[in-house]
Design a protein around this ligand. Structure first.
Ligand SMILES: [Mg+2]
Length: 112
């Protein structure tokens, strides 16, 4: 993970883009790239979206990478260890969604 963050920093700093990469702009960019990922599946059924992802693997992969790059950079700018944050959030999610109440169900935790 750190090597990837270092490559993202190098890419950004070679272009002198840190001046534009404040937390707000990075959060906006995550959302825009997530929307580009969503656009690949717009109007498709669940079955069509699975097939489309297989047939357009590079496009899907590129948009996923765009989201991840901005997310990793936001975490880096804010000094958040993303792996630690994920671990901590999984613990919270496990408390919100106990297996015995949520297994096989898509119900939101507030309605379990
Ligand atoms: Mg993109």
């Amino acid at each position: 993970m750190q090597e990837t963050i270092d490559r993202i920093r190098k890419f950004r700093d070679e272009r002198d883009w840190l001046q534009f990469h404040n937390p707000k702009n990075l959060a906006v960019s995550i959302s825009i790239e997530a929307a580009e990922l969503l656009e690949l599946f717009q109007w498709k059924s669940a079955e069509e979206s699975a097939r489309h992802a297989e047939e357009n693997r590079e496009k899907v992969s590129d948009e996923m990478a765009d989201v991840a790059i901005y997310l990793l950079e936001l975490a880096d700018v804010l000094g958040i260890d993303l792996a630690q944050a994920i671990d901590a959030k999984l613990v919270k999610n496990a408390a919100k969604y106990p297996v015995e109440k949520s297994k096989g169900r898509s119900t939101k935790y507030t309605d379990l």
